[in-house]
Ligand binder design. Structure first.
Ligand code: C2E
Ligand code: CA
Ligand code: CA
Ligand code: CA
Length: 274
């Protein structure tokens, strides 16, 4: 039994080593990914619940030379660990704003910000700079933050949010309902939008609790005069429920998957010569 036990421990350690080695390899490749042009920005439409597209969320993609597309859930934590997310996040912002500024219609663009971007670097300056550089009207830019931003140096984060808002950009609370303190954060900052997390939407039909939670979030948000966008809307039944409950906006495969922006030009009536 002892030998078997020891053997098992060794196998376990080897797997851990492999995982660690793999993470180090990815992290190494990540350092060159920007220079080597391996990042792409995909865009996913955001629509009113009647289906009218009003903007897009920018979603980062890493096209790795041998691994193919590495999902953001796998590499963003690594980029946060080594601080690269500051540069990468700035690149996404610039690309998204440049793209949006080129559209002949004033559609909105939403960009995700990492909590690390609030702690390191000068986020206010870089956003201000990017807006000037691209000429994008600030009111067309929305940044999506999770409650992670407000964990840690709360006062610093709050001040930064206020200054960002003063630039004219809008602040959305992402993944609403998944954290521990979503409610108390609504009290500390006037968010411009709430994004109900996908998990509540995908369970709408299966679990009656989810429908009640979505109703409660909508009623709370509306009492506070904050419009709501539902994430991960995949079916007409989900859309119909949201429309009945007066949810303002939706995003999800029902409207469209994240893709190259050109794929959506027809849908939003953009004709551009490139
Ligand atoms: P998120 O901000 O909550 O983004 C929504 C995620 O749900 C996206 O995954 C999107 O592709 C996916 N999604 C959208 N509609 C549906 C649907 O109808 N069904 C299902 N099953 N999924 C849907 P993605 O693109 O893999 O991004 C994952 C996460 O990575 C994002 O979650 C966000 O937290 C992070 N991320 C992506 N791009 C960036 C970025 O530029 N900066 C930062 N800091 N984080 C990013
Ligand atoms: Ca988001
Ligand atoms: Ca989410
Ligand atoms: Ca998320």
């Amino acid at each position: 039994a002892k030998r078997e036990g020891r053997g098992r421990v060794r196998v376990f350690e080897t797997e851990m080593d492999q995982e660690l080695r793999d993470r180090r390899l990815l992290q190494h490749d990540l350092r060159q990914a920007l220079e080597l042009n391996q990042f792409l920005v995909y865009f996913q439409p955001q629509a009113r619940v009647d289906g009218e597209v009003i903007g897009f969320e920018a979603l980062l993609r890493w096209n790795h030379p041998t691994r193919g597309f590495v999902p953001p859930d796998q590499f963003i934590p690594l980029a946060e660990e080594n601080g690269l997310i500051v540069q990468i996040g700035e690149w996404v912002l610039r690309e998204a704003c440049r793209e949006a500024a080129s559209w002949p219609r004033p559609l909105q663009v939403a960009v995700n910000l990492s909590p690390v971007q609030f702690q390191a670097g000068d986020l206010e300056r870089s956003i201000h700079q990017i807006l000037l550089e691209t000429g994008l009207t600030p009111t067309r830019l929305e940044v999506e933050i999770t409650e992670g931003v407000l964990i840690g140096d709360f006062t610093r984060a709050l001040n930064l949010l206020r200054r960002l808002k003063a630039l004219g950009i809008r602040i959305a609370m992402d993944d609403f309902g998944t954290g521990y303190s979503s409610l108390s954060y609504l009290q500390s900052f006037p968010f411009d939008k709430i994004k109900i997390d996908r998990s509540f939407i995908s369970n709408l039909e299966a679990t009656p609790q989810s429908a009640e939670i979505v109703r409660a979030v909508l009623s709370l948000a509306h009492a506070l005069n904050i419009p709501v966008i539902a994430e991960g809307v995949e079916t007409e039944a989900q859309r119909a429920f949201l429309a009945r409950e007066a949810c303002e906006e939706m995003q999800g495969y029902l409207v469209g998957r994240p893709d190259l922006i050109e794929r959506y030009f027809d849908l939003v009536g953009i004709t551009v010569e490139r």
